[in-house]
Ligand binder design. Structure first.
Ligand SMILES: Nc1ncnc2c1ncn2[C@@H]1O[C@H](COP(=O)(O)OP(=O)(O)O)[C@@H](O)[C@H]1O
Ligand SMILES: [Mg+2]
Length: 302
């Protein structure tokens, strides 16, 4: 068992004299055998979080790995990353040469991973291209070469920053199938940032959501059924102590409430409203798929 423990991580960039707070007090614990989706708008700090975890930038706070030996800072052999863009591998080398290079600099002898390497190249539909220089491969193939290099280096932690960017539908699907089923991910912690909701939904149920550098951990199963839209005949703002995320006046007699029943059961919430003299006219469960959660996170400030 190992966990990645991020504690109070903050990053301030300075941009021509102005400071930009890219991460603010991010704390999270991620466990192995899970893929975590990293969501958030452009500029919310996703790449910065991955760069901090891979020691590419300085930061405040701590990022540590907890395993059978205790809690320790990350060493460079603990992680691999495929960063945004397509410059993660050497274009003048072939996929096989890239794999030999990137595993070699980690001290891995090729003989010990040859069989895994061949299987992975086949699983990624790259075997036929293993001796073609990377510059002559498609964008999707280049991305898969980068992922093969990262995984064959056998890291505890794998970071993929927007891995589907620029991929065609078929390559995206191949990557999705690979990540969703891959035995190569076993015993690893994987963090994947993406704007592609379908992709994220199909590979993972645990999500980190960044909003202006601040983080919440969302488990899609916890969130699915907890939000209700309740129409009530009152414009009173008291709501009997029920956690109301949003109250919108429908007219001068009726109000529409969005309530989150994550902590209190729905009947208890409705009971509290009734005892406060608020009559409930209609209750609708908000059917929330990942996209609506993602869009609604800002709206309902979860
Ligand atoms: N090297 C940098 N110098 C100054 N500001 C930066 C730098 N890198 C990122 N930022 C700023 O930090 C914020 C977070 O950026 P980033 O982590 O790239 O977000 P995301 O990957 O979610 O789009 C943005 O406001 C961005 O403009
Ligand atoms: Mg980014």
């Amino acid at each position: 068992m190992s966990s990645l423990i991020i504690d109070n991580l903050s990053k301030v960039y300075s941009d021509r004299g102005k400071s930009v707070q890219a991460l603010r007090n991010v704390s999270v614990k991620m466990e192995d055998n899970h893929i975590y989706g990293l969501l958030g708008k452009n500029g919310s700090g996703k790449t910065t979080l991955i760069k901090a975890c891979t020691n590419l930038i300085t930061y405040e706070g701590s990022i540590r790995l907890e395993d059978e030996h205790g809690l320790r800072p990350l060493g460079c052999k603990d992680y691999s990353a495929v960063l945004e863009g397509n410059r993660n591998v050497y274009w003048r080398l072939t996929p096989l040469e890239n794999i030999r290079f990137f595993t070699g600099i980690r001290g891995i002898r090729f003989g010990t991973i040859k069989a895994d390497c061949e299987k992975m190249l086949s699983d990624l539909a790259l075997y036929e291209k293993k001796d073609t220089i990377v510059a002559n491969l498609s964008r999707g193939m280049q991305q898969k070469v980068a992922i093969a290099c990262a995984l064959l280096s056998n890291p505890r932690l794998l970071f993929l920053d927007e891995p589907t960017l620029g991929l065609d539908v078929e390559s995206r699907k191949q990557l999705e199938t690979f990540l969703a089923n891959s035995e190569y991910l076993r015993n690893r912690i994987v963090l994947v940032s993406s704007h592609d909701m379908g992709f994220i939904r199909n590979i993972t149920e645990k999500h980190l959501y960044l909003k202006a550098g601040a983080l919440s951990l969302l488990d899609i199963n916890d969130l699915k059924d907890t939000l209700y839209k309740v129409r009530v005949s009152s414009s009173d703002a008291g709501w009997g102590g029920v956690a109301v995320l949003r109250a919108t006046a429908v007219n001068d007699r009726e109000t529409e409430l969005i309530i989150d029943t994550a902590d209190t059961r729905l009947p208890d919430c409705l009971g509290k409203l009734e005892s406060a003299g608020v009559s409930v006219l209609e209750v609708l469960q908000l059917n929330r798929d990942l996209e609506s959660i993602y869009l609604g996170v800002d709206e309902f400030s979860l």
